[in-house]
Structures are given as structure tokens and as C-alpha cells.
Design a protein around this ligand. Sequence first.
Ligand SMILES: Cc1ncc(COP(=O)(O)O)c(C=O)c1O
Length: 423
Amino acid sequence: MPSVRSSYTDSLRFYGRHTPLELAETWGTPLYVYNEDILRERCRDLMQLSSHTGYGVNYSVKANANPALLKIVREEGLVVDAMSPGELHLDAMAGFPPEKILYISNNNSAEELRNAIDRALLVSVDSLSQLAAFGRLNAGGRVMVRFNPGIGAGHHAKVITAGKETKFGVTPDRLDEVFALLDAYRLTLAGINQHIGSLFMTPGGYLDAAAVLLDLAGRLPDDALKKLEIIDFGGGFGIPYHKYDGEARLDLADLGARLHALIAGWSAKTGYAGRFLIEPGRYVAAECGILLGRVHAVKNNGDKRYVGTDLGFNTLVRPAMYDSFHDVEIYRAGGVNAEQKPMRQTVVGNICESGDILAKDRLLPVMREGDVLGVLDAGAYGFVMASNYNQRCLPAEVLIRADGAAQLIRRRETLDDLTRCFP
Ligand SMILES: Cc1ncc(COP(=O)(O)O)c(C=O)c1O
């Protein structure tokens, strides 16, 4: 039975055999709910981008690192990255062997680099200083170097990771210095990688940056090119967050055809027989996740209507941090009150800051206390960026399996969890 605003999830049968009201009743709120079928679908979308023998998908676990989801990603044939000992730990927990994990480090300590080296991982370093640090720890070893192609793309300045204004990557004009360090420590350049930023909806910048990286690879000495095993173009693939406005999707068919032509042409020209990887996070995880919350209070402040919920930015920080838009669904046992006209409402959380806004001045059906809300596309950069601010416990996570059953894949934190580190 349709609820107040649920046509999108109804059309997907997102909640399987359950209703969001039942899930909220059973496991409480805030609650992250993931859908297995959608996760698999997104993995397959990207695995099918190119039929080139060396082509593969390296899922960036920073988007969502729940081991139950990582297992599904593994079953779909993707490899994974990690950029911290914690991400590594969860990759291993999900059954990824070392040869299927790329350690994409950023300003790591010697201890952390050591940890990755001891686990026989291929490590990517993103500065000359880190390359030297790696060389001191693992002379004679294999290494990847992250480059900055000078082209950035992304939905917010905070997530654009190439170009002039960023801490990431070695610029191509320092290739000679890279080789000097490789020689000094007898390192083998086993791979090159880049990541230009997060959330692009048109492929131009990504493909231009990919061409820059291939051009750089083409400038490697022949013997170095022969030893190159991986060229990783990075992630950034966007999804349409405005679901109820019918926002267009990234044209994967177009992107795939152009990327395939690029890598097929280049490997035919150079004889390169290694792997080509893309490194998506958001595209794989975002749409398979919805954050459920409950309305606890509604109020008017002058002509502004506030809807107070348990969905503070401690549970989903993207709106507060990036002014990100997430569509909102509304679930209520009695369904919609057809007479009542939609009105502008601001959905806020329970954190003690005015910036704790989930949806601002949104024209939505009138919300009431007790309603359950569904925040769409919260599967990426949702739970992983949640915090204990205001000493609020982290939410639970539930997975709707392919057979429609709901499975708890992370229990809600308790007050004991909040205090476990105190002596
Ligand atoms: C090195 C690296 N690779 C891949 C990704 C995944 O990006 P996205 O989730 O936009 O696909 C990120 C995101 O920050 C990243 O820093």
C-alpha cells in the first residue's frame, strides 16, 4: 500500500518483504537499510563498461565498508582499495586476498606503510616524499605512484582531488624525480593511478584525465612499460540524487564505449598487457542505501516550518558538509491526507547546531510526528562518515537480501560502546 511519498522505493520493491515502518519498528531509527539486488546491479553496470581483457573495477571502500556489502562486491568480481589499516582490516574480513587489494595511501606513517608492505599489498604513494619513505622500508619492491593529471572534477571543492588546488598526487612534470627515486631504491613501478574528484555526471573530464595518464605511461622507458601491471584511472562516477525530479543518469554506455576505445587503442599501440582499472565508490554503493529516521517534533518559526527528526548530521553528514541534496520519502501507516497541500518544510536533526539541516525549504507533503522518513541514496559516504557527536550512538545497518528478507549486518551502538575505550 503506497505511503505518503514512496513511489520511488515502491517501484523498486526496495524493502523486499518488509515495509519501512516494520523495519523502523523492529530495529529502531536511525537505521541504514541496503538492498542487495541494487548493489549487485551497480557492480554489474561498471563491470560491463568495457570488454577489454585487462579491464577491471576497483571498488573504493571508503564509500561504504560494511563487510557484508564488501562480500557481495567480491562475489561480483570487483577488487577493492584501502587507504587505512582499518579499511584493510575490513577488506580482509570480507575475504579479499592481498592480490585483490590496492593500498591507495595518502600521507601514511612509516608504520602504516610497513603494515601494507607486510601484508604483501601493492601500495600506491602520492608524493615524492612518500615514495622515498616507501623505498626506505621496501627497497627492491614493487610500488604504484599516484599522479595528478592537472584536471579536476567533482560536486564540491572539498572533493576535487586533482588540479592545482589539491594535496593529492605527483604532477607529471616530476616524472624524472620519480624515476630517480625508483632507481635509488631499486623499486619497480608496478602501477600508476589517479583520482580527479568525486561525482561527475558527464564523462569529458574523466576521459581527458585518463588520456593524460595514458600519455604519461607512454613516456615511460620501454623496460618500465613492460613491467607496468596496473593503470588505474580513479573514480568519481556520479549518480542522480534528484530522484523525484527524474534527474538524468550518467551515460554509462557512452562513457564505456569511449573508455574502451581509449584503452583498446592505447594497448594496441604500445603492446601494454597489464590491467586497466576504474575506482568507483559512490556509483557502487549510493543507490543501494536508504537512511530511515523518525519525526519527533514539528514546529513553525515565523513562516518557516521545521520538521525535527533523529537524523542529525552525526548520522548523515553530506548535507551539512557539502550542501548535498538527498531526496526524502515519507512513510505513515494511514497513508497520505489527500486534502492537505504540500508545503515548504525544513527537515532537521537532533544535534545542537543550526547547521544540522537534512533538507532545506523542501516542498513536500506535510510531515507529522511519528512519520518515518527515508533519505534516499545514502549508501555512499553515509554510515562511513557518521560520528558520535553529541555522544549519540552509531546507527544499525540492515541488508534486504535478494529473497526479500531483512538481515542485520551491524547492530546499533550502545552506551557501552561509547565508553569501551575509557580506562
Ligand atoms: C583515491 C580515491 N579513489 C576513489 C574514490 C572514489 O570516488 P567516488 O566515490 O566519487 O567514485 C575516492 C573518493 O574520494 C578517492 O579518494
